[in-house]
Design a protein around this ligand. Sequence first.
Ligand code: MOS
Length: 686
Amino acid sequence: MGVVSPAIGAPVDRIEGGDKVRGEATYAYEYEVERVAYAAILQSTIARGTVRSIDAADALALPGVIAMLTHENAPKLQTDDGELSILQSPAVAYRGQIAGAVIADSEEAARDAARLVRFTYEEEKHDVELRYDHPGLYKPDKINANFDTDSTAGDFDAAFGSADVTVDETYTTPAFHNNPIEPHATIAVWEGGDLTLYDSNQGAYAVQQTVAGAFGMQPERVRVISRHVGGAFGSKGTPRPHLILAVMAAQLVERPVKLAVTRQQMFSLTGYRTPTIQRLRLGAGADGRLTAIAHEVVEQCSTVKEFAEQTAVATRMMYAAANRRTTHRVVRLDVPTPAWMRAPGECPGMYALESAMDELAIACKLDPIELRVRNEPDVDPETGQRFSSRNLVACLREGAERFGWNAREAGRDGRWLIGAGVASSTYPARLTPSTAHARAESDGTFTIRITASDIGTGARTALTQIAADTLDVPLERVHVEIGDSDFGQAMLAGGSIGTASWGSAVVKACRALRAGQDEATVDTSDDVNSYEPLAKHAFGAQFVEVNVNVDTGEIRVPRALGVFACGRIVNPKTARSQFIGGMTMGISMALLEESVIDPRFGDFVNHDLASYHVASCADVREIEAIWIDEEDPHLNPMGTKGIGEIGIVGTAAAVANAVHHATGIRIRDLPIRPDKLLSRLPSGGS
Ligand code: MOS
């Protein structure tokens, strides 16, 4: 049954790479559309209250301005999604919420006019601050990805109370914002009752379904084209409110409308990772064997939509311990709704767990790798299921060898303190149904169509390799077309599920051709359900060296190594980019990124890349990702686990652990800024 020929595993260049560097790859905003008009977004300037009046006279008097769209003239939507349900009333639920649009003949005129519109409000008191003891905290029915909100096994309190060694610490992470290079953009084109969207997203099918629902249309009347997407990280995983606005605007002016979200607007309109407050309690014997694990999480969502991140879920399966508890509590604040950001749940959750494991290793006087090895479970501690494959220990050992872990010593070189840290990484391996279409052309080539999304990952290239191998033909004879909702239902590019899900459908369609069909449309719904229900997860180990300046508190990361066990690697070149991209984002999370809320105005104060710092090349020195060979027949026809997100998981903990190793200072609230270290560093020493 296996896929045989040699394309899978080859470091194939991105198929559209040449188009991208030549500027010939067309992104959403770049499509040329006749009679197009431009919309500029109007945003609320209060965090809670009601719009009382709108003075648009000056804006409408500007040359080129066509119309204003506000709650006073917006069409009624048919969605119960409180975040997408824009302009349905004068109510304001967060600062920066969409309050309308100005539509004009040029982008410049639209933006200029938008600055002239004056709103007056009936302002109410707002609350935007997440606190551990917030009276509004509640237990959601479920957390994201449909996990149980809480979990419990054994008697945590008794086991923790009688443990030889304990750790009881609270870790916090701030809000983080996704900053893909291409901000969100869309062009909405109505023709008769049909709607075409050129849109930047992670899944054209999901956009089609959501927009059709909101406007009460048959999905077939909505076509979404998204051939190239300049990054997303989760922020384009579900349609954002600006998309609804663009569709409404095009309806209003009876012309196609282009709408680009500005970088500044992204900080209130395209989601963010919820801040978290996480209490970790670990109880162990003197030998480091865990007897008790508790992970209790507090996080936020908005008043318009529940979003309950699955922060403690990875803790349920990482380490063996008979007595366990995890909880999630959420408070609704007057803030934008949090959303997806690379490894939602695992990323902030594993920062806390893997920091606590480091603290436990020190308390037990054990090497941090040895501590993890001693707590390796035989089966998933939560479900009792066997693992389809679990190579965490192999990753830790391989990494230790390559990194020179056993020789690590906290040291000093002039004004710089030197240390190294390690942390585990994990991400679930899932599979969802998709459809695909394959056709044998008369010239000997093959055309594959699937509503996949390549958000910069190399998905198009990987699918071409998978198709070529299944068909047993050279890559050049395979043309994979993606990013068009006309190609049918498919998984979106999220949850590191894309390649597994789309690849399964591509394999099935190509096998039908090999069986003699000229053309085949397939659906993997039945196949997805036929796999054995095992615990399926990718694992990894993150190793980081840091240098900390004793005078300034500056932290540098001269060296980072990630070792991953992610099943079969389809394309080592693009996979490596995913891993080191994730690791870079993890270093960025550890040291730089932080969305700062101003409680007076109820908004994030940093709204651009000058004030929201993202790691750049200069922040990343030697960074490498490798993987171990892992054969796992329980996953999908390719034997792949997702690779898009695991790179970020555990990186921040490895950095924090390294900072502690170098300085003896434990920072439990990210990011680890120089000012948090400075007063505690041994400066003035020689
Ligand atoms: Mo990714 S945050 O699962 O889109």
